[in-house]
Ligand binder design. Structure first.
Ligand code: HAM
Length: 424
């Protein structure tokens, strides 16, 4: 038989790596609670029509699509936003607004595998529906900031733009929606020359080129320059004002490090307003991103509902933690191994293990029936702190031997004092 490998782009997560993921997910759940987001679980498989409706070509071409045995065209979710929008227009349609929903799980995209880019990866996803005010955009940015902060990441910064600026310029230039999306896709890939070739007028080209060239540290300066560039475009001026409102709120209520980048675009087509991504200096890949999408829920047959959201890439956050050697990397806490010296005390030893577990101590039991020397050697190798050795004679006297594997000392301890000994 050949040995089997994981499918290309898919990974097993084992030991410390799995624990790191669990830690990150726990922090995402805590962040959701802190900001009042309710957790929801939606299926991994959705109808192809739903998933491909508004995400855009970029993701549509990378979906895992199949026909189920009932002949339905379905796909593995490439993100959460479509599923959450579906939920909002169905089961949750009468829920009071704003509706704030959090999800975490795996999503699937047929991306070219490389470090930080997988075909199955984890996202923690936040959607805030029903609010069109800049404070809603601000909350999404602030919660991403909080998440990065509680994970202990250092030096992270936000890149923030507004899809309405470019879209309004293109609309005023008479460019249809499909071509607008094509321009934005190219800008997302930084293929600016190709993007500009799709534009009709020289004026429009010059304006876009001006926005592409804008690079400044101070967002207020950048916004002033955007305003000057878009002076002939009324709706682009409104979008710039909206971006300024969001950035003013964000910077007045936090210490977030950010740059405003008007030519910044994202791979998804449903955005209508503010968009952002977050990075650490050591990595070129975004740890998370999101933005405002005011027309998606209506496109799915719901009432017109403004919405803003984001997703964080758990796999990439794990790489970031590793890169910065952050304190939040997994520490696998395995405190104690309980070893019976022979068969006659096996049941007593199992009871002691249960007793310690009931008080929250992480306990392993010697399961291989090894001799004491081998069992201790194994415990040592795996970095356990203590071995509780259950011997016949000691047990009859109501005690056990506790070996401190780090200090290489051992003492006889009364069973009634065992927990205190281990926790001290
Ligand atoms: P996205 O930018 O496509 O946005 O994905 C969010 C995050 O998922 C990225 O910033 C990145 O960290 C991670 N990610 C994306 N592709 C991969 C990959 N192939 N391997 C590993 N990690 C990856 C969305 O998915 C939107 N639904 C976010 C959103 C929610 N916008 C509004 N609401």
């Amino acid at each position: 038989m050949p040995t089997f490998q994981t499918v290309r782009g898919m990974r097993d997560l084992v030991g410390k790596e799995a624990q790191t993921f669990t830690n990150i997910i726990t922090k995402a759940q805590e962040t959701a609670l802190l900001f009042g987001f309710k957790e929801v679980f939606t299926p991994h498989v959705e109808s192809l029509d739903l998933l491909s409706a508004k995400t855009g070509d970029e993701i549509r071409q990378r979906m895992f699509i199949f026909e189920d045995l009932g002949g339905r065209q379905v796909a593995l979710r490439p993100e959460f936003t479509a599923s959450i929008a579906r939920l909002t227009t169905s089961t949750l349609k009468n829920e009071p607004k704003p509706l704030k929903l959090f999800s975490v799980g795996t999503v699937y995209r047929y991306d070219e595998p490389q470090r930080g880019r997988y075909r199955e990866f984890w996202q923690s996803n936040f959607e805030l529906m029903g609010a069109d005010k800049p404070e809603a955009d601000t909350e999404i940015i602030l919660l991403t900031d909080k998440f990065m902060q509680v994970l202990g990441l250092q030096g992270y910064a936000f890149k923030i733009g507004h899809i309405g600026i470019i879209k309004s310029i293109l609309s005023q230039d008479g460019i249809d929606e499909k071509t607008q999306n094509a321009v934005l896709q190219r800008m997302d890939k930084k293929e600016y020359d190709l993007a500009l070739k799709l534009v009709n007028s020289e004026k429009c080209q010059n304006t876009l080129q001006g926005l592409i060239d804008l690079k400044g540290k101070d967002w207020r300066d950048t916004l002033e320059q955007i305003n000057a560039l878009v002076s002939g475009y009324e709706k682009a001026k409104d979008a710039t004002k909206n971006l300024a409102d969001v950035l003013t709120l964000v910077t007045s209520s936090s210490e977030i490090s950010l740059t405003a980048e008007p030519a910044f675009a994202r791979g998804l087509e449903y955005y209508t307003g503010m968009i952002f991504e977050v990075y650490i200096p050591q990595l070129e890949i975004a740890l998370g991103g999101g933005g405002r999408y005011n027309r998606l829920i209506e496109a799915f047959g719901g009432e017109s509902t403004p919405a803003v959201g984001c997703a964080h890439g758990v796999d990439r956050v794990a790489i970031a933690l590793q890169t910065q050697n952050a304190a939040y990397l997994a520490k696998v806490e395995r405190d104690v191994v309980v070893i019976p010296v022979n068969e006659s005390v096996k049941v007593d030893a199992l009871k002691i293990a249960q007793l310690l577990r009931s008080r929250g101590v992480s306990v392993e039991f010697e399961l291989m029936g090894r001799k004491m020397g081998k069992a201790l050697e194994d415990a040592d190798k795996r970095g356990l702190d203590y071995a509780v050795i259950v011997g016949e004679r000691e047990f009859k006297e109501g005690s056990v031997v506790v070996k401190d594997l780090k200090k290489r000392e051992q003492v006889t301890v009364l069973l009634s004092e065992l927990f205190e000994k281990i926790k001290s």
